[in-house]
Design a binder for this molecule. Structure first.
Ligand SMILES: Nc1nc2c(c(=O)[nH]1)N[C@H]1C(S)=C(S)[C@@H](COP(=O)(O)OP(=O)(O)OC[C@H]3O[C@@H](n4cnc5c(=O)[nH]c(N)nc54)[C@H](O)[C@@H]3O)O[C@H]1N2
Ligand SMILES: Nc1nc2c(c(=O)[nH]1)N[C@H]1C(S)=C(S)[C@@H](COP(=O)(O)OP(=O)(O)OC[C@H]3O[C@@H](n4cnc5c(=O)[nH]c(N)nc54)[C@H](O)[C@@H]3O)O[C@H]1N2
Ligand SMILES: [Mo]
Length: 758
């Protein structure tokens, strides 16, 4: 393990003064009014509004300010005083805007008016909502439903998501990909396969009981900072945290709580990770396998000495299948292979395994570092093997807890946004709304991209997101995109996806979650589901950014009404007038999860929608939890070879996905630029490069396709040798579309094969 001096750039802690400063900078830039400051105070509180940033749970007893630096940035970003009006579009053609940076596009502020793309003048012109709905409806009616895609980014509420999915199915398709397809789809499919649950099994109280947390590939300090509170509290009562991450992420090393005045004044900080292992990108399978090997060796030893078991023999017997086959395979794999594939020493892996052995209750957490790999699902299966050994699923204080991304990405799946018809209660929908829902499987994100490339997809509707910027293979995708007949984007701010248009294109501006949503029956509440399956009401109070905005619910209903034949069972207008009626419909479709939905909307801490795996009811094919025989030792879809690097694409501390707030990756000490290539200092020297040298990266996927990104400054950074890193989305052109998790098709953005070109 390296010590702090080795983290070439940054020396401070996560949280602490740095984060207060970061907020002030954004606040200064965005001129917050007293109303905005009051909004921050209501953030993530009961009857307040739920942060639009991450999906981490909102506790029953909130902190005085239940938000973090990045949550505040997200709110301020939405409540900016800047406006991107028709006058702006009159001054700039769409082609001209395509040369602008992501940051500069969103900096124009909130979209204010529905706009229609005019091909003749290559610009956006204002239009009325009626005109937009009518034109889009007419186009959809003329197209084959199966040739259209309704995408959703994970921010829209349960109410909007439910209506959007219903609209798609009544129109006639299941082409409902969402951002989860680029994110935790590996969880939805991979975890479901082994424990029968597409989501995590933990609730917040488990974090108060666990003795150890194993943390893989999630950058808490930047991407879900409020999770640092329960982690800090766990460490305070003696829980041990072991982290596996190629990058030494500050937030997982130590944390100074900016909301604790004593810690701020004394400079006291909590050491978060007891053990921090810089595993090679894609090397987790080997690392976890090594731990399992050690646990089994200790078990065998204890057996010989007739001592107490290490593994949970009763649990394995009653609740699982496949243990013996897994054990034999793991025992046959040698330590030299494990060390080589993980880039960790046997001693370090055994130390981690000893912590696992000593802990009575363990939680496993993970993020994109495990899901975005060619063998991401196999990596999750390996992690599940480890957890099942000691019965660490379905027992208080234990569980598998993926850290989800968008604030409602998990919930959208819960209420029907899914291309997989078997996950949706189609029979209930048929009965409820008297129509015949389509039964054919829809397209996920990668499949949609393939069919946009082949010309089979003719229309794309985007409910939020910046699709062309977030997906792999950007150059080819942008070219194909413009051959579609219809593209519609529902958004709050201008981004690159709004500048790559089909023949007919509309840009429809919507309310943000922090804004008052006034409808016929009064101001409306919306709901969302967090990472721990708790559902919260959210109530916006700020004055809308423009009088011409509509809510996402109203936009979806407007599009649906203009497209579908009237159906007396589907009261779009009544739903828009009163969202409580949408919640009644959700409750009817999902009676188990959403009983008494309207009565429980403002339950402190949210209401838990339940999870059979937590009760040790396994909804797998065998009705048991599954041990998986490892088929490979790393998560890569390519062989190692000379001059081929594993590229990790990262988020900075100053972005939310493709929204670039600024150019300060404070916690990693990288400032003022995003055009960097992070490399181990020894690799820099061995490759004959120098710090600051400008290089290019090219795809080395062996498929003959030219993919290249220029202008990256070589930056020494403490990564495992053989790995390089840089920022998403700038490096997305390097990811082949076919390079995705084998089971779920989640693009494998965390170990992309590349060459460095001088
Ligand atoms: N402020 C802010 N918050 C966000 C977001 C944001 O962009 N900004 N995005 C939201 C969304 S949609 C999501 S999905 C989440 C994303 O949050 P994360 O899951 O944290 O995703 P990444 O930032 O991509 O970082 C993944 C981490 O995995 C590590 N890693 C890379 N490869 C490997 C590997 O092979 N093995 C292991 N063990 N680790 C690896 C990286 O070093 C990094 O620390 O955050 C959500 N919250
Ligand atoms: N290389 C690489 N690629 C990746 C990733 C990676 O780690 N590496 N991560 C992947 C992941 S996990 C994800 S989730 C994707 C996401 O990537 P994105 O598509 O970028 O996700 P968003 O943050 O939803 O999209 C931002 C846009 O949403 C719009 N928006 C903001 N708020 C609202 C709202 O309330 N309503 C509506 N309708 N629109 C709104 C704004 O116009 C804004 O420009 O990127 C994926 N791509
Ligand atoms: Mo995500």
């Amino acid at each position: 393990m390296a010590d702090e001096e080795d983290t070439v750039h940054y020396k401070g802690t996560a949280g602490g003064w740095g984060s207060v400063k970061g907020m002030a900078r954004i606040a200064g830039m965005e001129r917050p009014t007293p109303a905005v400051l009051r909004t921050l105070e209501r953030q993530n509180k009961v009857k307040g509004f739920m942060c639009v940033s991450c999906a981490w749970t909102k506790p029953k007893q909130p902190h005085m300010f239940e938000f973090c630096e990045n949550g505040a940035k997200a709110t301020l970003w939405e409540l900016t005083t800047r406006r991107c009006t028709p006058a702006f579009f009159a001054e700039h053609t769409v082609s001209e805007l395509r040369d602008w940076r992501d940051h500069d596009l969103e900096q124009q502020g909130r979209l204010t008016h529905p706009m229609r793309y005019d091909r003749a003048s290559d610009s956006y012109l204002p239009c009325s909502w009626e005109e937009a709905f009518e034109a889009i409806g007419a186009e959809l009616k003329a197209l084959a439903p199966a040739s259209t895609v309704f995408y959703a980014s994970g921010r829209a509420s349960l109410e909007t998501a439910y209506l959007y999915a219903l609209f798609a199915r009544m129109y006639g398709h299941n082409n409902l990909p969402d951002s989860s397809n680029m994110c935790h789809e590996t969880t939805s499919v991979g975890l479901k396969k082994v424990i029968g649950s597409p989501v995590g099994t933990c609730v917040l109280s488990d974090f108060e009981l666990c003795d150890a947390i194993f943390f893989f590939g999630q950058n808490t300090g930047s991407n879900s900072p409020r999770l640092l509170h329960p982690l800090q509290e766990a460490v305070g009562r003696g829980c041990k945290i072991v982290t596996f991450n190629p990058v030494r992420e500050k937030g997982l090393e130590e944390f100074k709580n900016p909301q604790n005045p004593a810690e701020m004044l004394t400079g006291k900080k909590t050491l978060i990770s007891q053990l921090y292992l810089q595993v090679k990108a894609g090397g987790d399978i080997a690392a976890i396998l090594g731990m399992i090997k050690h646990v089994l060796a200790v078990e065998a030893q204890r057996w010989a000495e007739q001592k107490q078991h290490v593994i949970d023999v009763d649990f394995i017997e009653q609740h699982t299948t496949g243990f013996e086959a897994m054990r034999m395979k793991v025992e046959a794999i040698g330590w030299d292979e494990i060390e080589r594939e993980s880039a960790l020493s046997r001693g370090d892996i055994e130390q981690a395994a000893d912590i696992y052995i000593s802990a009575h209750r363990t939680i496993a957490m993970y993020g994109m570092g495990l899901t975005q790999h060619f063998h991401g699902s196999d990596t999750l299966a390996m992690l599940t093997n480890l957890m099942l050994l000691k019965g660490n699923v379905g027992r208080d204080g234990t569980g598998i807890s993926p850290v989800r991304g968008h604030s409602n990405v998990q919930g959208q799946r819960t209420v029907g946004i899914s291309e997989k018809p078997e996950l949706v209660p189609l029979d209930r929908l048929a009965e409820q709304f008297q129509f015949e829902p389509p039964r054919e499987k829809g397209m996920n994100t990668v499949e949609s991209c393939e069919k946009i490339l082949s010309g089979e997809v003719r229309a794309f509707i985007g409910l939020g997101g910046n699709f062309v910027r977030a997906i792999p293979e950007r150059e080819r995708m942008e070219a194909a995109w413009q051959r579609m007949r219809l593209t519609v984007q529902i958004a709050t701010k201008l981004n690159r996806s709004h500048l790559i248009n089909g023949e007919i294109a509309y840009l429809l501006p919507c309310l943000g979650r922090s804004e008052e949503d006034m409808q016929e029956s009064g101001p409306q509440t919306v709901t969302m589901e967090d990472s721990l399956s708790c559902i919260h009401g959210s109530f916006g109070k700020n004055k809308p950014a423009s009088a011409d905005l509509k809510s996402e619910v109203a936009i979806v209903a407007g599009l649906a009404k203009a497209t579908l034949a009237p159906n007396p069972k589907v009261p779009w207008d009544e739903w828009v007038a009163d969202y409580a009626k949408i919640r009644d419909a959700i409750q009817w479709t999902y009676p188990d999860e959403f009983a008494d939905f309207n009565q429980r909307v403002f339950t402190p801490g949210g209401f838990y929608r339940g999870n059979p795996a937590r009760e040790r009811i396994w909804k797998t094919e065998s009705k048991k939890a599954l041990f998986t025989v490892p088929k490979m030792l790393n998560a890569l879809g390519f062989e190692d070879k000379n001059d081929r690097w594993r590229l990790i694409t990262l988020r900075s501390n100053d972005q939310f996905n493709t929204t670039i707030y600024g150019y300060s990756d404070r916690l990693r000490g990288i400032e003022e630029t995003r055009d960097v290539l992070l490399m181990n200092p020894e690799d820099v020297a061995a490759a004959g490069l120098t710090e600051g040298q400008i290089v290019a990266l090219a795809s080395d996927a062996g498929d003959g396709v030219d993919r290249r990104v220029d202008g990256l400054a070589v930056t020494p950074f403490l990564l495992p040798r053989g790995c390089v890193a840089g920022y998403y989305p700038e490096l997305n052109p390097l990811i082949p579309l076919w390079y995705h998790d084998q089971l779920s098709k989640t693009p494998a953005a965390k170990a992309v094969p590349v060459r460095i070109i001088v």
